[in-house]
Design a protein around this ligand. Structure first.
Ligand SMILES: *Cc1c(COP(=O)(O)O)cnc(C)c1O
Length: 471
């Protein structure tokens, strides 16, 4: 009885929350410090359980003080938005609560994951490819490096990696930090991930890659893995895949595309040229939980060569789980996880709902919105664009009238905007220059949302400038 009562109360709250998301009637965050949060909540678990009403109240408060990432003023992370069909898909997959290892316990989800991998491979141009859903882009990058290590030194799966072999990897100097973690985990060592210089827009310079490879070889090291980042985290830059593929082929280096952020651009006929040559890579990390707005986590690693993933797994004695009785491959044999969420299911629901063309339009819209934001920056003499826009990221700052420390002013601006709860945007450093970074990741964004963001920003500017003037 208690559960069913809570369920109807919870349904009502979900409905209200979704409605509020759709009309952005609530602030993106009701900011509280950790201390203040502890005053609002009783976080401690008590001896006795709570009543129905108390439970429902906790649900309310959880939603009230969490950041509303579905609000269109959430422009902070590389993911944003509320994807309705994917949300429903997530709820249903949790409801059925199955695990991705065998067809036996996940018949529908197994066929769905296979279908999603095959669809994604068709975009990547991997005609005999394979892939697996993993627990995030960082882990996709890890498995890619792991596959590359196992290709070049298959024995390291059993013997461990022999450090005398001095494996080295190459990434854009602005690549994601997960490659260093991967090298750390694999025993290769984080310092053997060599950072290759990028141009002023953040794109890896392929002649620099060539130089770094030559230097490594002359030091007696063994280049084995290189990464083309498909949209860098700060500037949204796409590395030159075709040029890198040629270099990698020459040196027998595994080329991985880290499309954790911008891989979804491949869906767009208009913009796919930024990933030209993707079919020549050996693996491709693609995170639908970022630009396809699937609820976290939804992330796939695609590999060009079938069999790659099985080869990674040292399955010496797994008869107790994999019986191979259902005339379909058990996907667990390709994963370093055992229990695994059926993350492909929510993606499938969303893709079915929007259709191939619908999703393409959503991605095109994201680029259009970034162009629109870039134009606003260019048209306002007090706003300065700090780097040419590559894709979904617009990096800029405000030039105040009466403050000469621009980093300090823009950091304060970003903080006061965040604490106002009206919009959230992130920042990073281009060299020593603090840049406010606006990300267009929410597929529902419209021009009016971008206008509102700049209005909110300029409102905070005025408050800050007045405070400085009066001080
Ligand atoms: C977000 C991101 C990652 C990490 O992906 P997670 O799913 O957050 O682990 C890796 N590389 C790039 C370029 C990213 O933007």
């Amino acid at each position: 009885m208690k559960d069913i009562e809570i369920l109807s109360g919870a349904f009502e709250k979900i409905r209200a929350y979704i409605q509020e998301n759709q009309n952005d009637s609530q602030p993106v965050v009701k900011f509280k410090s950790p201390e203040e949060l502890k005053e609002v909540f009783d976080f401690k678990v008590g001896e006795n359980g709570v009543s129905e009403n108390e439970f429902l109240e906790l649900l309310d408060k959880y939603l009230e003080y969490s950041v509303r990432t579905g609000n269109k003023q959430f422009l902070n992370q590389l993911y944003s938005g509320f994807n309705f069909p994917a949300f429903i898909g997530e709820v249903f997959s949790v409801l059925a609560n199955t695990s991705m290892y065998t067809y036996e316990v996940a018949p529908v989800a197994t066929v769905i994951e296979t279908e999603m991998i095959s669809l994604m491979n068709s975009y990547a141009g991997y005609s005999d490819g394979d892939g697996i859903f993993v627990s995030g882009g960082s882990n996709a990058n890890l498995i890619a490096m792991f596959s590359a290590r196992n290709r070049i030194f298959p024995d390291s799966r059993f013997e461990g990696y022999d450090r005398n072999n001095k494996l080295v990897a190459f990434v854009n100097e602005q690549a994601h930090y997960s490659f260093e973690t991967a090298a750390n985990i694999l025993g290769i060592g984080a310092k053997n991930v060599i950072k290759v210089k990028a141009d002023k827009n953040g794109k890896l310079i392929s002649s620099e890659l060539e130089k770094e490879i030559a230097k490594a070889i002359s030091r007696g090291e063994k280049p084995f893995f290189a990464v083309a980042t498909c949209a860098t985290t700060l500037l949204g830059a796409y590395d030159p895949i075709e040029e890198m593929a040629e270099i990698c082929k020459k040196h027998n280096i595994w080329l991985h595309a880290d499309g954790s952020f911008g891989g979804s651009l491949i869906l767009s006929d208009k913009n796919r040229y930024l990933m030209k040559g993707i079919e020549q890579t050996d693996s491709f990390a693609w995170n639908p939980h970022k630009l396809m707005n699937i609820p976290l986590i939804c992330s796939a690693l695609l590999v060009k060569k079938r069999g790659t993933l099985q080869h990674n797994i040292t399955d010496i004695n797994t008869d107790y789980i994999f019986h191979d009785i259902d005339a379909i491959e058990d996907l667990g044999k390709k994963s370093i996880q055992c229990g695994r969420k059926v993350d492909a299911v929510k993606l499938w629901f969303a893709w079915k709902y929007f259709g191939l063309e619908g999703y393409q339009k959503r991605i095109d819209n994201l680029i259009d919105m970034a162009v629109y934001a870039e134009n606003i920056v260019n048209e306002n003499p007090q706003l300065e664009l700090l780097s040419e826009r590559n894709s979904f990221a617009v990096c800029f700052r405000y030039i105040p009238k009466n403050e000469s420390d621009l980093n300090k002013f823009n950091l304060e601006l970003r903080e006061s905007l965040r604490k106002s709860g009206k919009s959230i945007v992130n920042y990073g450093y281009i060299g020593k220059t603090l840049a406010i970074r606006l990300i267009t990741a929410n597929g529902e964004l419209q021009k009016s949302d971008i206008d509102l963001f700049f209005a909110n920003l300029l409102f905070e500017v005025e408050k800050l400038e007045n405070a400085i003037f009066n001080a």
